[in-house]
Each structure stands twice: as structure tokens, then as C-alpha cells.
Design a protein around this ligand. Structure first.
Ligand SMILES: [Zn+2]
Length: 96
């Protein structure tokens, strides 16, 4: 499992924001401290019978967002399941 994480934007060199991309229709950016809410939301939606609109299994990718030049990098090399994403989010937010 490659642990390559970006600290700065490869295009403009400014600080980059690490988060997660959800495997869902369209692209989303989920900040680590929001991931738990995102997971609960996902589960609520599934329970209300809208699961057909969502992928059967939740999957997340590490992603990096540069708000300066609006570059969005998604690391598709590693797929995180719900538990792994939650764990990664906790380690990302607790380390600060
Ligand atoms: Zn940039």
C-alpha cells in the first residue's frame, strides 16, 4: 500500500488540503473532520430506500484539494472502505 501524500500542490506549490473522495455519482470532497457526518448521512440515505442511487458498498479514496488553483487530485490507487476511511480520518485530525 503506497503511502504517498501531498503536502503542497504540484501545480502552484501552495498548501493542499487532504481529504477523501466518495465513490458516488459525481465528485465530492470530504474533509477529515466531516467524514463521520458523511458516513452517517450515507447510511441514513440507504435506510430510507434510496440505496439504488448509491453504490452498493461505500468506498472512499484519498483526495487532495488545492483551493488556490482549484486542482483536485484523487488517489485511486488505494480504495478505502468505510472503516478504513474513518480510521484514516481520525489519524489525520488527531495529529494536529
Ligand atoms: Zn494549486
Amino acid at each position: 500500500m503506497a503511502e504517498n501524500s501531498f503536502q503542497t500542490c504540484p501545480r502552484c506549490g501552495k498548501a493542499i488540503e487532504a481529504g477523501f473522495a466518495g465513490k458516488a455519482p459525481g465528485l465530492s470532497f470530504v474533509a477529515p473532520d466531516k467524514l463521520q457526518h458523511f458516513i452517517f448521512l450515507d447510511e441514513d440515505v440507504a435506510k430510507s430506500g434510496l440505496s439504488k442511487l448509491l453504490p452498493s458498498a461505500a468506498a472512499f479514496f484519498r483526495s487532495y484539494l488545492c483551493r488556490s488553483c482549484e486542482l483536485y487530485i484523487i488517489d485511486y490507487s488505494t480504495t478505502l472502505d468505510r472503516a478504513q476511511a474513518k480510521q484514516a480520518a481520525q489519524s489525520m485530525t488527531s495529529g494536529k
